[in-house]
Design a binder for this molecule. Structure first.
Ligand code: 13P
Ligand code: SF4
Length: 309
């Protein structure tokens, strides 16, 4: 393993590449990366890359966004099967029919969607800025929000406005078990529950803090509490533990019967250290986005980046 990590670092230098990773990637991948972040941070970082190659250790829509923001770079993804249930829930042809049926609506999409869907969008958002961006839209303007209905409901509640929601969800965040969470909290009454807004309303209601992955890490760093129950994908615990080694971090329990008894994103986990090495060595699979889609999709992402400042 050590050897593989060293070979990746060496190859990265030789090929003038950078590795950008999401917090849900396995720990070994995070350890060899130049930058680890949430969707917003990764987009901002990708835009500023000067190296020749971006190895995107995350899922397909994230790598696609990096390509759209920095089209001159070669963007490679360790495994093209690294998809996302939210992106899959929103095929572009059906979404186009939906937007055409509501032509007076502003179209806001969560970054977890395909480039084709982004090309049909007015403004993209991430979990870091969705509330702020929706609040920036004049109150009299009706809004379509897609594809995540759970994030959409949370944003509606925070902004006190109605939105037309697409019926998509994250399989990982919908897997949290309220009963098991309550039981765990009873055993740890001194813990604070923190949750990602892709979780369902009944989970969010239990949380002291709701935010993006980067927001959750910042919260555990700055909040004086010593124990947290963390309701998002378990990969985040790697970075959290590095940031707050003396605090107790407990992954929220999942309904799924799996080895970690927590929630894991199978899409994120198809990337492995070996696949990362192979993809850097062979410079494949490469992310390609048709030029017309790239041009259209850039506009709502750029709007988001401007509104996030
Ligand atoms: P963040 O932008 O909060 O990291 O969320 C990305 C994601 O896919 C969460 O499931
Ligand atoms: Fe998609 Fe959910 Fe995995 Fe995030 S955790 S990449 S939203 S399936």
């Amino acid at each position: 393993m050590k050897n593989l990590k060293e070979r990746i670092l060496k190859l990265k230098k030789e090929k003038n590449a950078v590795i950008l990773a999401h917090y849900y990637q396995e720990s070994d991948i995070q350890d060899v990366s130049d930058y680890v972040g949430d969707s917003l941070g990764l987009s901002q970082e990708a835009m500023q890359v000067h190296a020749d190659i971006i190895v995107f250790a995350g899922v397909h829509f994230m790598a696609e966004t990096a390509k759209i923001l920095n089209p001159g770079k070669k963007v490679i993804l360790p495994d093209l099967n690294a998809g996302c249930s939210l992106a899959d829930s929103c095929p572009a042809n059906l979404f186009q029919q939906f937007t055409q049926a509501h032509p007076d609506h502003i179209v806001i999409t969560y970054v977890n969607c395909s480039a084709e869907v982004k090309a049909l969008t007015d403004i993209v958002v991430t979990s870091s800025n969705a509330v702020k961006i929706v609040n920036s839209i004049p109150k009299d303007k009706p809004i379509i929000f897609a594809p995540d209905k759970n994030l959409g409901k949370y944003v509606m509640e925070q902004t006190d406005r109605e939105m037309l929601l697409w019926d998509g969800a994250c399989v990982v965040h919908e897997a949290f078990s309220l009963d098991k969470l309550i039981e765990l909290y009873k055993q740890n009454p001194d813990a604070q529950i923190i949750a990602h807004p892709e979780s369902e309303t009944h989970i969010l209601k239990t949380a002291s803090y709701i935010g993006s992955t980067a927001g959750m890490i910042e919260y555990v760093k700055t909040n004086p509490a010593n124990k947290f129950i963390v309701a998002t994908e378990v990969g985040i615990l790697h970075k959290m533990k590095l940031e707050v080694p003396d605090k107790i971090l407990i992954p929220a329990p999942s309904n799924e019967d799996n080895t970690c008894a927590c929630s894991q994103c199978g899409y994120m986990k198809v990337n492995t250290l070996q696949k990362l090495y192979d993809c850097l060595l062979n410079e494949t699979p490469e992310i390609k986005v048709p030029a017309d889609i790239m041009k259209k999709a850039f506009i709502p992402i750029e709007r988001m980046l401007k509104l996030s400042r």
